[in-house]
Design a protein around this ligand. Structure first.
Ligand code: ADP
Ligand code: ZN
Length: 645
């Protein structure tokens, strides 16, 4: 069945005759135009043939010489009969005409002619062109109206040519997606919730016999790239039914009513091939709350109403299941979430360590990996990455292997492409002055050293001062040893100190503040703000949380929801916390100044050093640990790096 056709069994008009009435209108319009043209043509022709056209001077000449016997004054012309003509037999007489200058006083002219003994036949002063004018405007109006309606018809895919504008409405149907749950790594809870839907699509009778009503829709909620589309496709694949997909933003168009007609189209097409899955991506584009606060408009409302109608309209036994995806569930209209509509909410989370490992495994299935590849390490390094990032990472690694003429992807490819994905590709042509390089090196070692000397910090895995396209002149990468779900206040403080360690080193060694620390400071500030306003970790505010989180699945931004006094208190507390951590970081670096110098020089020479190299320095005897921290391997002896440094 062709999904691009509009004619469905429940649609009474048949493909051919549906357009007849419309084309009749057009036919009538065309005939009217031709008739109008013909009439005006004939009119002109008649006036031209009946009279001889002359010039104004001809007329004046005849007039002055008294050669005019009769005249007829019209609003725009004078028709006159010369005495020569008047002498001829009536049948052969031919009158002349000439245009009348605009503004001519026809009454005075007529009187003058009468005085001169000219027979003024008829004096037509009323303007017969007014009628023509009215006709003209009427005709133009009709023409414009016709053109407009043709354009809008075509846009809505319902033109007189039988829906050849259809391709504008992006309804995608896949007979079979070929994706199964095996292709979706992790997301076990989501899969479990969807299992029932698959079972229903396989075997609807089982449910209808017992009188059970299955949900018509489920809402997949999660951050972008977590695999919502993939899951929906996998449901269709597992159930072996066609998959219709459309993005919410496709519904919303410039012309009012278009979105609603697309929704109708989508469900009509789906009904013909049921059982099937309808997937609406970014449903928030249409499903936004229908209040008028955030620029909602009548087009969006109409579309949403139509969507609700369609969902209510289809028989639950028919086997249409509507899946929708969003990363902003909180802005959806409540009507969408009512029982019988998208009442099931399936959370598609960012993957944890195991999930990331599985995702990497899924995506490396068809890729040749060399012996040294350790996917677990990559999974550990990519905390916070979503499935799409990981898929991208694996592909980048494969591309790199090809570029370097190798037959298999190795660990380095994966690590480098991880950096490409998080930090942009290495930018080799940024030239830093020596002073800038020294600053960057000390800054990065400042971060790394604070982290290395702290008890609660995540181990540093790499420090580099190679500039990256993302704009970072260098960075320090920390790799968590294990997946963490909770952070203690002490760990967060450590993170703050680590973030501020860069600036502290600059200040300590060079006595300057640079713009390079801007990102660190922003991150530290937002972390400190969260600690104070969300996690109840400050002395000043205690357990009070004056902020609320708005969109959990996007950037997790929070906003202050409190009085101005409290807000000022929050700011003061944040500042105090940051200052304290900064001072502590600076003190740690001061106490380990020689270590800071040594490692920085080493980094300057090598540009990139590993966490192990860093720890070798740190574990040497010179260290001065901050209060309470214990070295992890006190016995471990440092290697001698002096010649490199
Ligand atoms: P979303 O719809 O949530 O934005 P997609 O489903 O479009 O994300 O995911 C984009 C791509 O990321 C998928 O095509 C797939 O290659 C990869 N991906 C995302 N999540 C997973 C997962 N759990 N397992 C395997 N691949 C995934
Ligand atoms: Zn920094």
């Amino acid at each position: 069945m062709d999904p691009n056709r509009n004619d469905s069994p429940n649609n009474p008009r048949k493909p051919g005759d549906g357009q007849k009435p419309r084309s009749n209108i057009w036919l009538a319009l065309i005939i009217a135009v031709i008739a109008l043209l013909a009439i005006s043509g004939i009119y002109n022709a008649v006036s031209a043939s009946q009279y001889t056209q002359t010039t104004w001077s001809d007329f004046r000449e005849a007039y002055e010489s008294g050669n005019i016997s009769e005249a007829e004054i019209q609003s725009d012309r004078i028709i006159y009969l010369t005495k020569d003509e008047a002498a001829k037999p009536a049948a052969q007489q031919k009158a002349c005409f000439t245009g009348l200058p605009s503004g001519a006083d026809t009454m005075a002219m007529a009187n003058e002619m009468v005085d001169r003994g000219i027979k003024v036949d008829r004096l037509i002063v009323e303007d017969n062109s007014t009628l023509m004018m009215i006709l003209y405007y009427l005709f133009m109006g009709l023409l414009i109206f016709g053109l407009m309606s043709m354009v809008t018809r075509r846009m809505s895919g319902d033109s007189m040519m039988g829906g050849f504008g259809k391709s504008k409405a992006k309804v995608y149907m896949e007979k079979s997606t070929g994706v199964t749950f095996k292709d979706v790594a992790g997301q076990d809870e989501a899969k479990e919730s969807l299992q029932e839907i698959i079972d229903f699509l396989h075997n609807p009778q089982k449910y209808t016999e017992i009188g059970a009503k299955l949900p018509k829709g489920a809402l997949l909620v999660g951050s972008p790239g977590t695999g919502k589309t993939l899951l929906a496709k996998a449901v269709a694949g597992e159930a072996n039914v066609p998959f219709f997909s459309m993005s919410g933003s496709d519904f919303v168009e410039m012309f009012v009513g278009m979105g609603a007609s697309r929704v109708r189209d989508l469900f009509q097409q789906a009904a013909k091939v049921a059982p099937c899955i309808i997937f609406i991506d970014e449903i928030d584009a249409v499903g936004r709350t229908r209040d008028n606060r955030m620029g909602s408009n009548s087009e969006q409302e109409q579309t949403l109403n139509q969507l609700l109608n369609e969902i209510d309209g289809f028989e639950p036994t028919k086997g249409i299941v509507c899946l929708a995806a969003t990363n902003r569930p909180e802005i959806l209209d409540k009507a969408l979430l009512r029982p019988g509509r998208f009442d099931r909410r399936i959370i598609v989370d960012k993957p944890n360590l195991q999930g990331r490992l599985d995702t990497l495994k899924v995506h490396t299935r068809k890729i040749k990996l060399s012996e040294d590849v350790d996917l677990r390490k990559i999974a550990q390094a990519t905390a916070g990455a979503v499935g799409a990032d990981l898929a991208n990472l694996v592909n980048e690694a494969a591309l790199r292997a090809v570029r370097q003429g190798r037959k298999a992807v190795n660990q380095e490819d994966l690590l480098v492409s991880f950096e490409t994905v998080i930090a942009g590709t290495e930018k080799k042509n940024t030239v830093l002055t020596d002073m800038e390089k020294r600053l960057v090196a000390y800054h990065e070692v400042g971060h790394a050293l604070v982290a290395a000397l702290e008890k609660h910090s995540q181990p540093v895995s790499k420090i580099t001062i190679v500039p990256h396209t993302s704009g970072a002149l260098g960075y320090t990468m920390q790799m968590p040893e294990e997946e963490k779900f909770l952070s203690t206040a002490e760990e967060l403080m450590t993170e703050l100190r680590t973030l501020l360690g860069g600036r502290a080193a600059e200040q300590l060694v060079f006595g300057v503040k640079t713009t390079g620390a801007s990102n660190d400071i922003q991150r530290a500030t937002s972390l400190a703000r969260n600690m104070v306003a969300l996690y109840g970790m400050s002395e000043e505010l205690g357990l009070m949380a004056p902020a609320s989180v708005t969109n959990q699945y996007l950037d997790g931004q929070s906003y202050l929801d409190c009085s101005q006094e409290t807000s000022a208190k929050v700011d003061a507390a944040v500042q105090k916390l940051l200052n304290r951590c900064y001072e502590e970081a600076k003190r740690t670096l001061e106490q380990n100044r020689s270590l800071l110098d040594e490692i920085s020089l080493y980094l300057l020479a090598k540009e990139t050093i590993t966490g192990d190299e860093l720890m070798a320095y740190v574990n040497a005897d010179k260290r001065q640990l901050p209060d309470g921290a214990q070295p992890e391997n006190p016995e471990e002896k440092a290697e001698d790096h002096s010649e490199e440094a």
